[in-house]
Design a binder for this molecule. Sequence first.
Ligand code: HPA
Ligand code: ZN
Length: 332
Amino acid sequence: MIELIKKLPKAELHLHIEGSLEPELMFRLAKKNNIDIPYNDIEDVRRAYNFTNLQTFLDIYYAGANVLMTKDDFYDLTWEYILKCVEDNVIHTEIFFDPQTHTARGVPFAAVITGIKEALDDAKEKYGITSCIIMCFLRHLSQEEAFETLEEAMAFKDDIIGVGLDSSELGNPPAKFKEVFKKAKEAGFTLVAHAGEEADFSYIYEALNLLGISRIDHGVQSIKSAALMQRLKEEQMPLTVCPNSNIELKVFDSYQAHNIKALLDYGLNVSVNSDDPAYFKGYINQNFINLCENLPLTENDIITLVKNSFRSSFIDDELKEAYLARVDLALQ
Ligand code: HPA
Ligand code: ZN
């Protein structure tokens, strides 16, 4: 099974680039940029990565992102993630970034997006890895601030395929961002949103009905509503599930208690993703391995999860078919 996981080409659809900041790079950038971080050494960092819910993670994740200051920092961050893609046989990746986390500290939007984009261009050239970039609004901030960010993003419209919604979910429902999502859609952005990670399934309904998203990030709470499950199945609405994240943030008590197998068996379009791999103990293959070691997933389940990742991606149909053919080829 582990061999199968490793040999299959994969797409990753739920990856926060700031969440791929490994402690080693955090220390290097902190020193270079003269930024204080609340850790003495790597051991100290690992000890701090002990979360009880989404918010306890976010506090540490935003503190870590403070070391990212220049275009080159964002290049290096993205390049390190690309090397993990090479290792894990990820041939297409759709990357989230949080512009507000950086512009609030005085880092120019242009430095963030250009650093990420240049690394992704080099990834295409050197490894043939394709990618796109999705900008997320921080939902703990106001819709007004999201509008300002959207305005700033317009100068980089060609480099950003979509708009998403992340950060503190509880108390910040999708409805809060209805107008800015409408404007983003009119501007031609593809829409996604984190929904039903910690908060209940009503957030998933809101994301679908009020924001008009075409992919749900996490969405694991959908299992609490039979009607929603039915709808998600009929529409084959993609759910980008992140197992390690869900365990580390205590959405489920254990891998055995994770519902991904149940979602899959019901016929939902789910994929496996790493979310914030530097914080959640592993990249995409490790997510698959942890599932396989704890749930009765079959080889066919693995193949379905991998094929779903390509089917649910935002690449054109021709490239989708080519990538699905590569999965089949790897299976021969
Ligand atoms: N949920 C919400 N916001 C986030 C996450 C997440 O899993 N990762 C990074 N920002
Ligand atoms: Zn996420």
